[in-house]
Design a protein around this ligand. Structure first.
Ligand SMILES: *Cc1c(COP(=O)(O)O)cnc(C)c1O
Length: 351
């Protein structure tokens, strides 16, 4: 068809399956197994129907922005809030990676980066992780059009220590460096304090994992006022009203309850530690994870078989048939009860 020659063609990102059913144990998309802060439930019932008639507020002018700015000790002009961090990251690709030079990111990483780069026609170069799935800062010293990596990395869970993160930023002060901290609350050290030293650093976080609000779609970026200003210009050139009224209201409650937040993160970390022992006992190897998931490979049973057999048992984990990682499954940390069911199923499959 002639018209097909002149349209934008992309290979979209493939998210993990969202199966439905009561009995299903869903450990495939790194959702939090615990409910959001109790304040969220209270606020849900007092949402104002009349507000739904109106266009929502601009995120940066809401109590949510105020709460986040206070929580992270930054100015409101240093904060951008989007519809999940995917929205924030997509806008950041559009805004910051315009030089025509290749953007650098790891070969094994969040696969959405490649999709956005293709979508916006941004050239890119993937830098190989070392044999332990670690980022090598020296790979990021060549001329480039920007740098992005998750810390901890996905889907490996490997954390790059703060000193090495700074090494990468230090070597790349002529471009924008984005650190995607989607999983930072599960034991990692945030590079947020580096904002004081580097005005080209953008730190992106999300409510989807540690704050149990994946369904509300809230993500945010922190950076210098200048950087955030450019991001806002692009955002307001694409879509003015993005976060909906309910998300803006409920998000505040999730940020305010620091006690609950810490408790839930600690709980996941405790379950992760126990999972490491159990998986080891079952014959798995894995890099040490700082996320709410473990990236594991069995010494004998192929990962694809494990993935498929678990699914037959209504347990969903994530598997990628991709170079270097096609013998790994990524297992989200669920409740202790869900994890016990997983170990039980794995013992049968791998035993
Ligand atoms: C989950 C995830 C995101 C996106 O999460 P949102 O739900 O869009 O906030 C971004 N980056 C990484 C590495 C993730 O794992």
């Amino acid at each position: 068809m002639k018209w097909e020659e002149n349209i934008r063609k992309v290979v979209p990102y493939t998210p993990g399956e969202q199966p439905h059913g009561q009995h299903i144990i869903k450990l495939n998309t790194n959702e939090n197994p615990y409910p959001p802060a109790p304040g969220v439930a209270d606020r849900v019932v007092s949402l104002d129907l009349d507000q739904m008639r109106l266009y929502p507020a601009f995120p940066e002018q809401t109590p949510l922005a105020e709460a986040l700015a206070r929580r992270y000790q930054i100015g409101r002009e240093q904060l951008f809030i989007g519809v999940g961090s995917d929205d924030v990251l997509s806008l950041a690709f559009m805004t910051f990676f315009q030089s025509g030079k290749p953007v650098f990111f790891p070969d094994i990483t969040y696969s959405f980066y490649e999709v956005w780069a293709d979508l916006y026609k941004i050239p890119y170069e993937k830098k190989s992780l070392d044999e332990n799935f670690c980022i090598r800062p020296e790979d990021y010293r060549q001329p480039n059009g920007g740098v992005i990596f998750p810390n901890p990395n996905a889907p490996t869970g490997v954390l790059l220590d703060l000193q090495k993160v700074e090494e990468i930023i230090e070597a790349n002060q002529d471009v924008v460096v984005i650190v995607d901290e989607a999983y930072i609350d599960f034991g990692g050290v945030s590079c947020l304090p580096l904002l004081q030293k580097y005005d080209n650093l953008l730190v992106v976080q999300t409510f989807s994992k540690s704050r149990s609000l994946a369904g509300m779609r809230i993500g945010y970026a922190m950076g210098s006022a200048k950087l955030i200003g450019y991001l806002n210009d692009v955002k307001y050139a694409v879509n003015s009203y993005t976060l909906n009224y309910a998300a803006l209201q409920l998000g505040v409650e999730a940020v305010r309850d620091e006690v609950y937040f810490k408790e839930q993160c600690d709980r996941i970390v405790r379950t992760r530690k126990h999972a490491e022992e159990e998986l080891q006992r079952l014959g798995f190897i894995y890099p040490k994870s700082y996320g709410n998931f473990i990236f594991a490979s069995h010494k004998k049973m192929p990962a694809q078989v494990i993935f498929e057999k678990l699914k037959e048992n209504d347990i969903y984990v994530r598997y990628w048939k991709k170079k270097r990682i096609d013998n790994y499954v990524r297992i989200t940390i669920g409740t202790d009860e869900q994890m016990e069911a997983l170990y039980c199923a794995l013992a049968k499959i791998c035993g």
